[in-house]
Design a binder for this molecule. Structure first.
Ligand code: DAH
Length: 368
């Protein structure tokens, strides 16, 4: 065999290998198959690599012809693999996008729908009722200072009402003062009167805290505060507002109410309001029967509170009330155990919760 013949044979071999590799590349069905082709051609012991290594053994004049041919082929194969890889990746993404297509306009499946917690529901109901009467919503912080939670509400340092509140205190500051977790929503009255001009007509729903825990008390609970300040509002208006609220909230035509004299440092006179009801087993009927159920505290704003807020008691007057939300939610919806409200038990929520789209409205009904 002459050297020329030998050379021609090598060139032939290279061409054959090139066309074999290119067809293997174009036949690779996925990235793994493509990678196998790459290793078997360009890998350390790949067919192309072995041929390149063979260059060293060739005579210089042979190498001059074979080396460029091999290099060119290496480039062609490398490019072909890159292109194939890109095409496979694009195809894989396309397939994924098609397979995972999601129609976001489809309606939610009812069994997968979340539920509104009864407390949120009741807050929405109460808000709807008072908004309709012209009240706006006010808010205050969960962490209060002594002035807003106590002093401005006419509960000075030595007042026994401070003990009654079972207050959670935060650690003492450098100046000796201690902040508290608000024990009631009444400090929002103070914030409202200090931060804006009368007349005021607000409700303030929110979390409140007392160091107390048993069957009917939880350390965190919810209250709603109401406040009206102007120059003419009196006890008769207070009764009218609360009567309207009870009728709307309990969804009955009439509710008999009873105001019992009571004491709160921030109101004078003060009262507690009961509604007529009857207990039948663990169910309660509102508006009929021989029992009375206390649902809130209220009264005319104490002149000292007005003065603390920079309002002249000879010019301004008004009323306020405060009510536990959790208890009236239990009452309205026949929920037996207060603590379940805060257990985050999904089965409980599924049973007692509300469908999100049924937003309470006075026109459409509060609870549907
Ligand atoms: N803050 C009182 C409490 O938590 C409830 C209360 C009573 C609020 C009378 C009022 C009110 O605004 O006038 O026990």
């Amino acid at each position: 065999m002459g050297p020329l013949f030998y050379l021609r044979e090598i060139m032939q071999e290279i061409e054959t290998l090139e066309s074999e590799l290119l067809s293997e590349i174009s036949n690779a069905k996925d990235l793994n198959a493509l990678e196998a082709v790459r290793i078997s051609s360009l890998g350390k012991k790949g067919r192309l690599s072995l041929m390149m290594r063979g260059l060293g053994k060739m005579a210089p004049e042979e190498r001059q012809t074979v080396a460029p041919k091999l290099n060119l082929m290496k480039q062609v194969v490398t490019d072909a693999i890159e292109n194939a890889k890109h095409a496979l990746n694009t195809a894989a993404l396309e397939a994924k996008l098609t397979a995972e297509r999601l129609d976001v306009t489809l309606p939610v499946r009812p069994e997968q729908e979340g539920r509104i917690h009864p407390i949120s529901q009741v807050m929405d109901e109460i808000t709807e009722i008072f908004a309709d009467m012209g009240f706006t919503i006010a808010e205050g912080p969960d962490i209060e200072d002594d002035f807003h939670n106590f002093t401005a509400l006419n509960i000075p340092e030595e007042h026994p009402a401070r003990q009654m509140h079972d207050t959670f205190y935060l650690p003492e500051k450098a100046d000796g003062s201690r902040q508290v977790l608000r024990t009631h929503t009444s400090p929002v009255q103070i914030r409202t009167m200090l931060n804006s001009e009368p007349p005021h007509r607000i409700i303030a729903p929110g979390r409140t805290f007392r160091c107390d825990s048993d069957q009917t008390h939880t350390p965190m609970f919810n209250q709603i505060e109401g406040l009206v300040i102007d120059k003419t509002s009196h006890m008769g208006h207070l009764k009218g507002v609360l009567k309207e609220f009870c009728r709307a909230f309990f969804e009955v035509d009439d509710v008999e109410m009873r105001f019992r004299p009571s004491y709160f440092p921030f109101t004078e006179p003060s009262a507690e309001m009961d509604i007529r009801c009857t207990f039948a087993g663990d169910h309660i009927k509102i508006g009929e029967g021989d029992d009375w159920m206390e649902i809130l505290g209220c009264g005319m704003i104490n002149p000292r509170v007005l003065a603390h807020c920079g309002l002249d008691p000879n010019e301004y007057q008004g009323f306020a009330w405060g009510m536990g939300i959790d208890r009236i939610a239990m009452l309205k919806y026949g929920i037996p155990d207060l603590r379940a409200f805060f257990d985050s038990d999904l089965r409980w929520l599924k049973h007692y919760g509300f469908v999100p789209m049924n937003i309470p409205t006075l026109g459409g009904g509060l609870s549907r």
